[in-house]
Design a protein around this ligand. Sequence first.
Ligand code: ATP
Length: 332
Amino acid sequence: MPQEDMITVEHLIKRYGNYYALNDVSFEIGDGEIVGLLGPNGAGKSTTMNILTGYLAPTAGDITIDGVRLSDDPAGIRRLIGYLPEMPPVYPDMTVDEYLNFVYDLKGCKLPRKEHLDEICSVVRLGDVRHRLIRNLSKGYRQRVGIAQALIGDPKVIIFDEPTVGLDPKQILEVRNLIRSLGGKHTVILSTHILAEVQAVCEKIVIIHRGSIIACEKTDELSRVMEDNAHYRYAVCGAQKDVLAALRSVRGVRAAEPTGERDGDAGVYLAEISGGFETRRAIAGALADRGFLTVGVREAGDDLESVFIRLIDRADGAGKKPGKKPQRGANA
Ligand code: ATP
């Protein structure tokens, strides 16, 4: 488990003209943690990562990585970070070995060259393609080369930007496993807009929405929030009014509405429930007790937006502020 903070982000603001791409963003990441930076397009993920990696200066605020402050030593921060951008900066006309040696020199790496590159190639499983031209590699292997270059110099922090975009399902699993295996030894930030990816790989989630942090918590906790406020579609035979009354009579059913769809002679209802399995069992019982036949139950997928809305509601309801609210009119 992580102990001390490796990364501290304090009151980060990035303004483009009057537009706040980041509006008072603060969060901490523990040493060795794997953290997902999650948000829809335009949320401010790339801006945050570009500031972390030293490519972009913040308008205000500061970052500390392993005790080094960005405002004091931007070059020092850059040396602590390995970065895999969405488009890996690989040269197609080089072999994998040539390219990794090139990056080794570029970074001015001081670790023993052969042992270090051998170890990285073994970690990312590139051993059998080291002499091949990068242009002839599959997208999955090319992504491994991108990960390998990020690992050169043994950086304490590794940042991955949308690392599985464009990969096939098998390659996605491989890359996710690889990222998971880096935790502990490295602190990892994974930027993505795929909720399932964060749940599969990360211990902690930072959710950014319109330039503000709306949640920063353990993945388990987020899963609990989702479970506590889940949506299910029920296909039930019976008079609509009575079926709705049965659904709504169950403790844990927050809302139940007809969707207007039919499944054979059954009506389809959307129920928002808390309490997970116990509530679902109670619903099944309530419908059966009244003689209604349930012909289908399906979880209604939780898209990112609906999770956001719930998290915002929860934060407002509890009177706590997981992140700072955007200033009025900042992100119109
Ligand atoms: P995506 O997944 O689409 O890359 P993101 O979460 O990475 O989204 P950012 O690229 O950080 O989002 O952008 C945050 C906001 O800042 C967006 O609304 C974007 O249009 C705006 N933005 C980014 N760069 C600039 C710029 N150079 N000038 C003006 N606005 C910018």
